[in-house]
Design a protein around this ligand. Sequence first.
Ligand code: PLP
Length: 491
Amino acid sequence: MNQNSTPLFSGLVEHAKKNPIQFHIPGHKKGTGMDPEFREYIGENALSIDLINIGPLDDLHHPKGIIKEAQDLAAKAFGADHTFFSVQGTSGAIMTMVMAVCGPGEKIIVPRNVHKSVMSAIVFSGAVPIFIHPEVDKELGISHGITTDAVERALQQHPDAKGVLVINPTYFGISADLSKIVELAHSYDVPVLVDEAHGVHIHFHEELPLSAMQAGADMAATSVHKLGGSMTQSSILNVREGLVNVNRIQSILSMLTTTSTSYLLLASLDVARKRLATEGHDIIDQAIKLANKTRKRINEIEHLYCVGKEILGTKATFDADPTKLIISTKNLSINGYDVEKWLREKYNIEVELSDLYNILCIITPGDSDKETDILVDALKDLSQTFGLDESNPHSHKEVYLPDIPVLAIAPREAFYSETEVVPFEESAGRVIAEFIMVYPPGIPIFTPGEIITEDNLRYIQMNIEAGLPVQGPEDYELKTLRVIKEHVAIK
Ligand SMILES: Cc1ncc(COP(=O)(O)O)c(C=O)c1O
């Protein structure tokens, strides 16, 4: 297998070069039948390979030709037995992983700070989540991964679980001891499913945390589009044979996938794999060096702290990805979201994520000194404008993170129960029937079936007041919440 070849992309280009007379969808026919302004902007090349699963171009649902060849090359590059391409993002790949191992009433061990796609799959499958409390960093106000001790306790109490799901690395780039977790789970014959949305690159550089396949995990849903150079929405699902059924995975992925798969997205996965496999180490090396240099410069700025290797060493912080710049904004008079807005308005800088206490910037092979110089200059200005007088004890900002709510009934049961709508401020004590999260990062504050607490309502209120994107509930304005209906005795 030659990692320099791109069977899918090259096959599409060859097909387009023949300039076939198309009597098939897409109806824009190489762009001729579409809005001219859009056509000119996007370009004829892109539109000429916006094709569909006609005979010569294979079919993602039953790959036998160029898609199969591209997937096999990806499997080799990622050290997997099988790789499936996803045009439904990592969300689609995650839902496939969960639904491939769990049926109604079956248990799955998951950290509580999972992405909403995990909870959606739990609702769809009827699985019962056994939540593990992630380790919370009270200084930074972020959640890390799960500890091996917690996984061990969960497996001892629920040896009949059908899977353990691990986020490796987290949105903030922090990893647990994945090899140890895999070893533990496998000693119970339980497969390990990895949400690797933020870790496509880690497989290709020894200074980065171990990838799911390197650690021996059974499945990994990996966002090539986030940090691997493919187009937005394109991801892969890597699979190791043994504890999971490969044919079932393929059919579930197919059930969750559109029949009109985008060949632009698929081709971009093929070329991203080529680049990672052939040049990945060198380009990631440059990104690591640039990120480390930038971190050092940020840490020389008063009032700002950019997290580094010093946070390692707890049971949940086993390793970290240095290309993530977590910048704590706690010592500024404005919150993380206001910093995001200020950087946008004053410096035309867009960050990856902000929350009440931090901003997150990612450094990839797409960056150079030019961009990081602008960031550092902007952060110096930010510090001078909004720095708090740290000698004043009143200016010390406390991090507020509420306790995780208690799950009263299974998420699917709650989602399909008889419900009613109650005012937000009167909802404490009731069982919620909908999701509430801040996106990004998309981690549920509430998931269906949990008991609403005053603390969590206050936390939602704080996020709304800060202007952060609180999402999920039917009532966008969050004046009301949907809860399980209570049946009061008739007098
Ligand atoms: C931890 C985590 N898992 C899964 C996903 C879903 O990935 P995608 O957007 O490719 O569907 C995200 C997206 O932000 C994420 O942060």
